[in-house]
Structure formats: structure tokens, C-alpha cells
Design a protein around this ligand. Structure first.
Ligand code: C2E
Ligand code: MG
Ligand code: MG
Length: 292
């Protein structure tokens, strides 16, 4: 079968192709237009200080509303965007929009928090990455310390020497630097010391293993201790239960993110959280998830 869509591209769907392949092809051919058509948008997921429950920062998460597919999550389109290079313009948009939005709120007098943006390998390796960060900060007027960048272990180890130089430049600009999904990638521990990073985001899988998996708890505790000894901040991701939270709190894990506190929020809902007085900004636990 062949089908012509409204964007002058032909796709050939063979009966042997399964639904996933067809969806991937569809995503690939429509992603090109997504930015121009204003179909890409952001969610912000708050992160909390485990000790106080106060919102300390957040993570920008990209979303795509495709007219016929509805909401497409990054797990479906970011790998496609990486493979075809579109992650560079999409990533630039995410960075610019995050900084623009934060500065707009700041100009309104809102007490903003630092927001983390996920950076993929292709972006990190892009020659113009550093330059583009400088330009975005200049263009939006946002102070660098409000922007945090999250890199995975594999993207940093892709070319460790180049990563070191890049991270040093980014640190000099004043950005906060984080290793995402820590504990499941190829990073050698010696680089934890050499890379000028501030935070390790412990991979969700260890939190999800808690409390029934003793090994997951041991690994979690060891990573938190390692981070403390190296003067890094440890953040646990994917916290869904009160039990996981209590365990992490008893280990003095500093930061937390997960559905227990808040799902990723629409821009307006995140704004509502920020306009609250700082002392009332502890978000507690979302309804229905409180297991105590
Ligand atoms: P990530 O950086 O690990 O982001 C956290 C993911 O975990 C988000 O999924 C978030 O919705 C989800 N999450 C948060 N709390 C919980 C929880 O308590 N339980 C569970 N099961 N999940 C939770 P999301 O938004 O679908 O993003 C998936 C991944 O896509 C991100 O993982 C990140 O690697 C990538 N991504 C998202 N936005 C961007 C972007 O702007 N650029 C790039 N390059 N990658 C992005
Ligand atoms: Mg992340
Ligand atoms: Mg730093």
C-alpha cells in the first residue's frame, strides 16, 4: 500500500510491517514539521528537597501533540529524533523555551527555581553546542545558575576527553551539571571526580526495587554515600511510594523526583506552584498516592 499525506511525502507501508514500525515511520516523517506547527511543548516536573519537601528545582520534559496521534511521549520520538538529527533543533527549542519561560516568570516577580534540561549525545557532540548555550542565555537574559543540564553516562563517555572540556566550559558559565540515570551506564567511577558535576540522579530502577529488593537498597545506599564523599548532590528519581521516600530520607538522600510528589505538570500548573510563597511551596504528596 502506499499513502500520500498532506506534506508531499510518500510512505510505503508493506503488510509485513508491524504497527510499531508504521508508527515509527509516521513519527519520522511528521517530526520535521512538528516544531514549525507548534506541536512541541514542555512539561515541568518539580523536584523536592527530601528533607523539607520544598520544591527546589524542576526538570523540563518535552512533549509532542501530533494532531492524529494525540500526545506522543519522548520515549517514542526522542530516539527517532536522535537517529535523524532532528534532536538538535528540538533540543535547541527546549533549551530556549525553558530559559525564555523562566525569565518571563522572573520578570513577573515570581521566585523561580533552577530547571534541568536533558541533553542527548548528538547535542553534546555538536560543535555549536557551547556557543548555542551562550547565545540562549544572552538572548533570554536568564542567569546561568537557573539552567541545569542533565547528561547520561553514555553520552559523557562517548568521548570522555571532549566531555571533560565541554563540562568545564559549561561550569565556567555557571550552569549546574548533572549525571542522569546514574548507576546503569558505562561511566567509570574515576570520572565522577574528574567531571565538574554537581549532582547525580540515581536511576529509577534502584528506587523501583525498593523496598523488596535488598540489592537495590544496598546499591542505592552506596551511591548516596559515594556522592556524599565526593561532595556531590544525590537525587533519587521515580519515587512513587511513601515507603521509598522514608528509606531515602533515612539515608539522607538530598533530592527527589517522582509521582509521589508530582507528575510532570503543564506550564500553567507549574507556574501556580511557583507563585506560592516559598514557605508554602512544599508540595507534600499528591492525592491517592499517600500510603500512610
Ligand atoms: P528522564 O530524564 O529520566 O526523565 C524522567 C522520566 O521519568 C520522565 O518521563 C518522567 O515523566 C518519568 N517519571 C517521573 N516520575 C516518575 C515516577 O515516579 N515513576 C515513573 N515510572 N516515571 C516517572 P518522560 O517525560 O516520558 O521522559 C522520558 C525520557 O525522555 C527522559 O527520561 C529523557 O531521557 C527523555 N527526554 C525528555 N525530554 C527530553 C528533552 O527535552 N530532550 C532530550 N534529549 N531528551 C528528553
Ligand atoms: Mg532527565
Ligand atoms: Mg558546577
Amino acid at each position: 500500500h502506499s499513502k500520500k499525506d498532506g506534506r508531499n511525502t510518500y510512505h510505503f507501508f508493506r503488510p509485513s510491517m508491524n504497527a510499531i514500525t508504521v508508527k515509527r515511520l509516521f513519527i519520522e516523517s511528521h517530526l520535521q514539521q512538528a516544531l514549525k506547527e507548534n506541536e512541541i511543548f514542555l512539561n515541568f516536573q518539580p523536584k523536592v528537597d527530601i528533607e523539607t519537601g520544598e520544591v527546589c528545582c524542576a526538570e523540563a520534559l518535552v512533549r509532542w501533540h501530533e494532531p492524529s496521534l494525540g500526545l506522543v511521549l519522548p520515549s517514542e520520538f526522542v530516539p527517532v529524533a536522535q537517529a535523524c538529527g532532528l534532536i538538535v533543533p528540538i533540543g535547541q527549542w527546549v533549551l530556549h523555551e525553558t530559559c525564555r519561560q523562566l525569565q518571563a516568570w522572573r520578570n513577573e516577580g515570581i521566585d523561580i527555581v533552577p530547571v534541568a534540561v536533558n541533553i542527548s549525545t548528538v547535542e553534546l557532540c555538536n560543535k555549536k553546542f557551547l556557543e548555542s548555550i551562550i547565545e540562549i542565555l544572552e538572548d533570554t537574559g536568564l542567569e546561568a545558575h537557573f539552567l541545569e543540564l542533565e547528561f547520561t553516562e553514555s553520552s559523557l563517555m562517548h568521548d570522555a576527553k571532549a566531555s571533560l572540556t565541554m563540562l568545564e566550559s559549561l561550569q565556567q558559565l555557571g550552569l549546574a551539571l548533572t549525571i542522569d540515570d546514574f548507576g546503569v551506564g558505562p561511566l567509570s567511577i574515576s570520572y565522577l571526580q574528574r567531571f565538574p558535576i554537581d549532582t547525580v540522579n540515581v536511576d529509577q530502577s534502584f528506587v523501583h526495587g525498593m523496598p523488596h529488593d535488598a540489592d537495590a537498597i544496598t546499591i542505592m545506599k552506596s551511591i548516596i554515600q559515594l556522592a556524599k564523599n565526593l561532595d556531590l548532590r544525590a537525587t533519587a528519581k521515580g519515587i512513587e511510594t511513601r515507603e521509598q521516600y522514608n528509606l531515602l530520607r533515612s539515608q539522607q538522600c538530598e533530592g527527589g523526583q517522582g509521582f509521589l510528589f508530582s507528575p510532570p505538570l503543564a506550564v500553567e500548573d507549574f507556574r501556580k506552584l511557583l507563585v506560592k510563597d516559598k514557605t508554602h511551596r512544599s508540595i507534600g504528596f499528591i492525592a491517592g498516592n499517600n500510603q500512610e
